[in-house]
Write a protein of this length. Structure first.
Length: 249
């Protein structure tokens, strides 16, 4: 039933500013941190989007690139006045930056890098707001997926000119891109339900990431989303619903 529902839905629709919380730009043999991804355009994108994400989530982050294939958000930082540390693997960044949309077949690499960064920034936001209480690790991960999805909807809407109310082509483009990214997030899911590192299965992550667009696009939703603060009020309950609905064999 989940498969049929997802197919129908698809058709329908992981600083330089203040001198403290910086994007690590110094190679370190001992730590494995890198000065570059090896792609200057990608490096520039990461630097620019870091500042935007810090502003949106109202956090300061020590962002580092390392010689690995994963993304990680840590509560602590060795840099004063940071809310935490994000480590992004060079392999992960390059792989996602070269990605094509699974449905549109268009290049979505830029958006995938930003959305993965947004997921990790969402974790730093969670750490900075202990009022958010999660019943399990997977609920926390799905919550981060939803916050990343909300950020990407706002990002794409701003890119289209902000007021897309009567712009059918812009709404169609956003819908297709969110669908592509949602499926890609689903691919990063897992079925290790017993593990503390479980992030949610394919359906859970795919639907969680796209949930903000369904709401903001005006489709029926039991949750509010007219503003980020409004979305946050029911976001944990929403994440629990996503996990309870989709995260099982």
């Amino acid at each position: 039933m989940k498969t049929i529902f997802f197919i129908l839905f698809s058709v329908a629709v992981f600083s330089f500013a203040n001198g403290q919380c910086t994007l690590n730009n110094t190679s370190s043999i001992s730590s494995g941190y890198l000065s570059s991804t090896g792609n200057s355009t990608l490096d520039a994108l990461i630097k620019t989007e870091k500042l935007k994400l810090e502003q949106f989530f109202n956090v300061k982050v020590d962002l580092k690139i390392y010689s690995g294939n994963n993304g990680l958000a840590k509560r602590n930082s060795t840099i004063p006045n940071c809310n935490g540390t994000i480590e992004l693997g060079k392999g992960l960044l390059l792989f996602e930056y070269n990605k094509k949309g699974p449905v549109t077949k268009e290049s979505i690499g830029k958006y995938m890098v930003i959305s993965i960064m947004a997921h990790e920034f969402a974790h730093i936001f969670q750490y900075a707001h202990p009022e958010f209480r999660f019943s399990s690790g997977v609920v926390q991960e799905v919550h981060a997926d939803m916050l990343a999805g909300y950020y990407m909807v706002k990002y794409l809407t701003a890119e289209a000119g902000n007021d897309i109310t009567f712009d059918y082509s812009a709404k169609q483009r956003i819908s297709k891109l969110m669908n592509d990214m949602g499926i890609s997030f689903g691919w990063m899911g897992d079925s290790q339900y017993w593990s503390q590192q479980h992030h949610g299965n394919y359906y859970t992550r795919a639907f969680a990431f796209q949930e903000p667009w369904r709401c903001l696009d005006g489709r029926p939703s039991k949750y509010s989303c007219r503003s980020f603060s409004e979305f946050l009020r029911t976001s944990v309950e929403n994440a629990e619903y996503q996990v309870a609905t989709f995260d099982y064999d």
